[in-house]
Each structure stands twice: as C-alpha cells, then as structure tokens.
Design a binder for this molecule. Structure first.
Ligand code: NAD
Ligand code: MG
Length: 394
C-alpha cells in the first residue's frame, strides 16, 4: 500500500473534520503533511496532537503564537506557519500528493490554484474557486496534469455516474443533461410573507445536512445550488442549457445524469459528506467511510419539485451570471459572501441578500478575466460596492 501525503486546507471546518474522520479509519493509507485552520486554534491543536502533521497553518502571527504555545504544552512537534503564502506553500510542496481544498469562500482560491499549478490531486470542496475562476482553474489543472476530484456531494454523484472519459464531449457519450438535486433548504414551505423575518439561527438550521454557516445560509437561499450550477458547468465542461435543477427534499438522491436512450443514472446515499470524501480519497478503490447503509424500507418517499424563482431569487441570479459568463460569476460570489456575512451579523434581512447580489451584478464590469490578479481585483472591488449598498439599506 502506497501512503498518500495530504494537506488539508480548512481542516477545522465541517468538511475538514469529516475528512479527518475518514482518514482516521485507514491507518497507514494517508500521512498528513499539513493542516490549515485559520483562527480555530484550540481545534487545530487537538488535530495536530491526533494526526501529527509536519505543519499547521493559521492566518496571522497572533494565532500562530497561541497555537505554538498550545502545541508546546502538549509536546507536539508540528511546526506552525501563518499567512496566505503559507497556505500556498503547504499546498504545493513537493512531498504532497493530494490537497483537500475545504476553505470556505474565495479565500480558498489562491491555495487551490497553487495546487493545480503543481499538478496535485485536488479534492475540491471549495466550490467558490470554480465560481470565481472556473476557466483559469480548469485550464491550469489541465496544463499541469492536476486531477480535480469533486467533493461537493452533487458533483461527486455526477462524477460517479458519468463515463470516465466524459471530458471529451458530453454529446459523444449520449448525455442529454445533468440534473443537480437540491433539498430546497429549511424554507421550502415557509410562507413568503415571513421571509423578511427569517433569523440567522433559522437559516443555518438545514433539515438534512450538517455544514458550515455560510453554505447553510446559501442552501436556505438556494444560492448554493446556483454556485453549484456554475461549478458543474466548469467541472464537467457542460453547457448551461444542459444543466437542470430539481428539488428533492429528502436528499437521498445526490444528483443524476440523463442519457438519450431514456436512462437516468442517480447516485444515492445518506446525506453525509464522508461518502463523497471517501470516494475521492480512495480512488480507484472504494474505501470505508463510516456512513451506514441506506435502509430503503425506512424511506417513506422520494419526491421532486421544480424550483420557484420567486421564492429563491438567488438561484435566478446565479443562472443569469452563468449565462453572462466572464466576470459575472466572480461578482455574484463576492457580493453573496458579503451579503451572507452581513445577514449572519444581523445587519441585513434574509431577503436583502438577493438585493445586494443583484445590485453588484447590475454594476459589474463585463469583460472576461484571465488571471488571478484581475479576478481578485474584481472580487475586492465588488466587496466594496456590496458593503456600500448594505450601508444604503439602513
Ligand atoms: P466551515 O465554515 O465549516 O469551515 C471552513 C474552514 O475554512 C475552516 O477550517 C475555517 O477555519 C477555514 N477558513 C475560513 N475562512 C478562512 C480564510 N479566510 N482563510 C483561510 N481559512 C479560512 O465550512 P464548510 O462547511 O466545511 O465548507 C467548506 C467548503 O466546502 C465551502 O466552500 C463549502 O461550500 C464546501 N462544501 C461544504 C459542504 C458541507 O457539507 N459542509 C458540502 C459541499 C461543499
Ligand atoms: Mg453540494
């Protein structure tokens, strides 16, 4: 058995913790080169003690000093690094074979791109990387021989039911469309009149999945499905008109592919991210994930429903940004990150999220952006505009 050497970016988050859970089930199969945990020093220290990575990365000197202290008191030899360059360094080090990209938001882009430039196997949870820089990221991965494996459950499901060489052309394989399923989140049946009063606590309480705060709010607004459309567009080289969204509240079917002979292939399982994570980490083998078998006898029904843009205006905005292309998805994402943070901070209403995003999209510069510097500049510029718009709402 060859040991895979891994870096986990965002190890202290929901995906990071699930990844470490899978890794712990396979002693000797994986060795950890680095764990990165932003500002969550206590959790990161405990992970270092358990998994003994060579490096731990935090975001600034202050958190580095407190992590260093904690590790010393526990007798842990992990070296502490900090800052944006350190994230890049642990992603593209020569010893590393695979990088789990599980930072939330566009903050995860530079390190994911660095891993692509070095031809690593990239376990991609950070969908914002593809939304912001899909063309650049996929081209960089291709040119440098990097393998991009989708961790996001829908994309992982699609990846499992597509033919292996689908990238050549979806048409050649008789694929008619890709169907992304969506739970519809906690407000699928909520009276529309109550939407303006939705609280952050209600929005992060997803009915089926346990996830970080930002993606939970995105799921409640269905912006998450919009980001996933753009993610699928780039990952599977799939034209926008071959992408469908179907609400499936039980979250048992994780997505589907429609073939021209009338067949629809679906991947099913419990809503537990350890399944797609284990699928990616184990390839080409199937490995144990800790997720139990699906008990069909206990499933009452699998139901489906078309999404309603009145209820979920963020999904409509994402469709439009995908069709516009160029810098529009980057703008969509940056404005959404600012709006979701403001909502979680109690500064705007749930219904304002779509307004903030729509305003930024109306004002964005529409040219294509081909390098990371211009993408990050567009991202920064949109954040300023979105914050100003939020101030004007008061
Ligand atoms: P989370 O909030 O639970 O964790 C985010 C991680 O990123 C943490 O380790 C945090 O410390 C780190 N982080 C946050 N801001 C950072 C910054 N500025 N710089 C460096 N590190 C930073 O989020 P999550 O739910 O684990 O999601 C992570 C990514 O995976 C997101 O892009 C999300 O869309 C995607 N994803 C998550 C799930 C899920 O079930 N949680 C499913 C599919 C895709
Ligand atoms: Mg998903």
């Amino acid at each position: 058995m060859t040991t895979q050497v891994l870096t986990i970016l965002g190890s202290t988050g929901s995906i990071g913790v699930s990844t470490l859970d899978v890794i712990a089930r396979h002693p000797g199969k994986f060795r950890l080169f680095a764990l990165a945990g932003h500002k969550q020093v206590g959790k990161l220290a405990a992970q270092c003690v358990q998994f003994a990575p060579e490096y731990a990365v935090v975001s600034d000197g202050e958190h580095a000093a407190s992590l260093q202290n904690l590790l010393q008191t526990k007798g842990c030899k992990t070296q502490v690094l900090h800052g944006a360059q350190a994230l890049i360094d642990v992603a593209n080090d020569d010893q590393v074979s695979g990088v789990m990209c599980a930072i939330v938001g566009a903050a995860g882009l530079p390190s994911a791109l660095a891993a692509a430039q070095k031809g690593k196997t990239i376990y991609l949870a950070n969908k914002e990387t593809l939304v912001v820089s899909g063309a650049l990221f996929m081209e960089t991965a291709k040119v440098n021989g990097a393998t991009v494996l989708p961790v996001d459950s829908e994309h992982n499901a699609i990846f499992q039911v597509l033919p292996r060489d689908y990238q050549s052309c979806l048409n050649e394989h008789g694929i008619q469309s890709i169907i992304l399923t969506a739970s519809g989140g906690p407000f699928l049946e909520t009276d529309l009149a109550a939407f303006a009063h939705i609280t952050p606590a209600q929005a992060v309480k997803h009915p089926n999945w346990s996830m970080g705060q930002k993606i939970s709010v995105d799921s409640a607004s269905m912006m998450n499905k919009g980001l996933e459309l753009i993610e699928a567009h780039w990952l599977f080289n799939c034209p926008p008109d071959k992408l469908e969204v179907m609400i499936h509240p039980q979250s048992v079917i994780h997505s589907m592919v429609r073939y021209l002979d009338g067949s629809v292939l679906a991947q099913m399982g419990h809503p537990d991210m350890r399944t797609p994570i284990a699928y990616c980490l184990g390839l080409p083998e199937r490995i144990e994930s800790g997720v139990g078998p699906l008990d069909f006898g206990s499933l009452s029904a699998l139901t489906f429903k078309e999404p309603d843009f009145n209820r979920f205006p963020c999904l409509k905005l994402a469709y439009e940004a995908m069709h516009t292309g160029g810098a529009a998805p980057c703008v969509l994402n940056a404005a959404n990150e600012i709006a979701v943070a403001a909502f979680l901070d109690g500064k705007i209403r749930f219904t304002d999220i779509a307004k903030v995003v729509a305003d930024s999209l109306e004002h964005h510069v529409s040219d294509s952006l081909h390098d990371i510097e211009s993408l990050l500049a567009q991202d920064a510029c949109t954040r300023i505009r979105a914050k100003a718009f939020i101030s004007s709402l008061k």
